[in-house]
Design a protein around this ligand. Structure first.
Ligand code: ZN
Length: 444
């Protein structure tokens, strides 16, 4: 009988420097960020952004200016390592936009140190706009502590600890820390940003969208897990691609789903404090999020969300119902700041692992010209790769099960039938950082 190939679980990879970086994530700093965001009172996309309101610290304009200043502060502390930018545009009047409105995404770029790989991008995002019961109310309190002060705080905290680490760890690839607006009115900020990235040819390998990661303190919450949603059939797939997915059983291997599996692996390797719970679904029922805007442009993107949402504490006017004693509203007192810190650690470890890894292999092919029981895979060399790894799993397994290292060349033949498993190929650098896996295309 053939020898059992190495099981993946026995082969965890951990980088001590990345482990040190994520230890710098601070629940206390995250609390300060969320409380500051709440202090702007109403961060609806249609709330105030005139000079006077900004000065008074009220409305989305003030929130935007504060986020920018915060990124700039981190950059100053790392000797100018971050480029702080905005992506601003006017959204025309629509269902939830009463009049033409300026929407501004704020982001910081930690440029990759390897000139051959700096065009590779990994990105973390959260939306800094908020809402109360009425999506057209831009004045009454809309604290948005969880939705999505928590995700905004994750993006900022990742920027803080990874920029600080960049004097010691020279990430070959670029990391982008994004905060968008317009989410509650119709994903406008992320749609604009993703379209811009597509038009400008950005090579975004991964988008981590954190939306409602506050770990609402209430009955039924499970603070040991964070849900990771990923699309199955890619929103951007062409008819021909959908046909191939249907023929070959590829419906469980979108690039977003490979990213979700990667996050699960990072969770196991670094013990961030929360376990990624992979949900093989684009998003929750009746709900959407910014990851979809990136999926539509063909980027791998997932959504991270707490295990159990409390609908009394999101999209609600702040009020107390004396009849049932329920306190409504998305307030900081319902946030578990330690939990948000765990989620930030998972994000930071994922970003650092991907930005340290070589580029995923391109042109991965499976030879299918002859009927045979072995499987031969070929691919093109990746920038920064020292070796490759072929991973595979049973067609009914959720995650990769086996791996075989290919220490030289860009071709491998395995004594495993392609008909019975799903294969992927990933690149490794000298230190063992792994790229996202790429599922081969059949070559006839
Ligand atoms: Zn949200």
């Amino acid at each position: 009988m053939a020898q059992e190939p190495p099981r993946l679980a026995a082969d965890r990879h951990t980088d001590a420097r990345i482990a040190e970086v994520i230890r710098q994530v601070s629940a206390d700093h995250i609390r300060q960020t969320i409380e500051k965001l709440v202090s702007f009172q109403n961060r609806s996309t249609i709330s105030a952004q005139d000079e006077e309101s900004i000065k008074a610290g009220k409305g989305i304009g003030a929130a935007r200016e504060w986020i920018k200043a915060e990124f700039e502060r981190y950059s100053k502390e790392c000797g100018g390592c971050l480029e702080v930018k905005t992506d601003a545009f006017t959204e025309q009047a629509g269902e939830r936009i009463p009049k033409p409105t300026e929407i501004t995404n704020v982001y910081a770029v930690l440029r990759g140190f390897d000139p051959k790989q700096a065009d590779r991008i990994v990105l973390v995002t959260g939306h800094y706009d908020s809402r109360n019961s009425d999506p057209l109310n831009g004045t009454d309190p809309a604290p948005g502590a969880n939705d999505d002060g928590s995700g905004t705080a994750v993006s900022l905290e990742c920027a803080r600890v990874l920029s600080e680490a960049s004097s010691k760890i020279k990430f070959p690839a670029t990391i982008v820390f994004l905060t968008v607006a317009g989410e509650e009115q119709g994903l406008y900020g992320s749609k604009h940003f993703a379209q811009m990235a597509k038009q400008q040819g950005w090579k975004i390998e991964a988008v981590l969208n954190n939306d409602i990661v506050g770990g609402n303190l209430g009955p039924g919450q499970d603070a040991s897990v964070v849900r990771v949603f990923s699309e199955g059939l890619p929103a951007a797939a062409s008819e021909a691609e959908i046909r191939r997915i249907r023929m070959l059983g590829g419906e469980n291997d979108s690039s977003s789903r490979e990213l979700a599996r990667y996050i699960a692996d990072v969770g196991r390797s670094y013990g961030a404090g929360v376990k990624p719970l992979l949900i093989f679904r684009l998003d929750r029922f009746l709900r959407g999020g910014d990851q979809y805007a990136f999926n539509q442009q063909g980027f791998a993107a997932v959504r991270l969300t707490e295990f159990r949402e409390d609908y009394n504490h999101q999209h609600q006017n702040v009020r107390k119902d004396d009849a049932n004693g329920i306190e409504y509203g998305d307030l900081p007192q319902f946030i578990d700041f330690e939990y948000v810190a765990y989620v930030a650690r998972l994000n930071a470890a994922t970003l650092a692992s991907l930005a340290s890894a070589p580029a995923p292999p391109a042109g991965v092919k499976m030879l299918t010209r002859n009927l045979e029981n072995d499987t031969t895979l070929t691919w093109e060399p990746s920038a920064g790769a020292a070796a490759y790894e072929v991973v595979w799993r049973s067609t009914n397994a959720a995650d990769w099960e086996y791996a075989q290292t290919v220490s030289s060349g860009t071709r491998a033949t395995l004594k495993v039938s392609k008909d019975n498993v799903i294969f992927g190929v990933r690149a490794l650098d000298l230190a063992g950082h792994r790229s996202l896996p790429v599922v081969p295309e059949p070559e006839r």
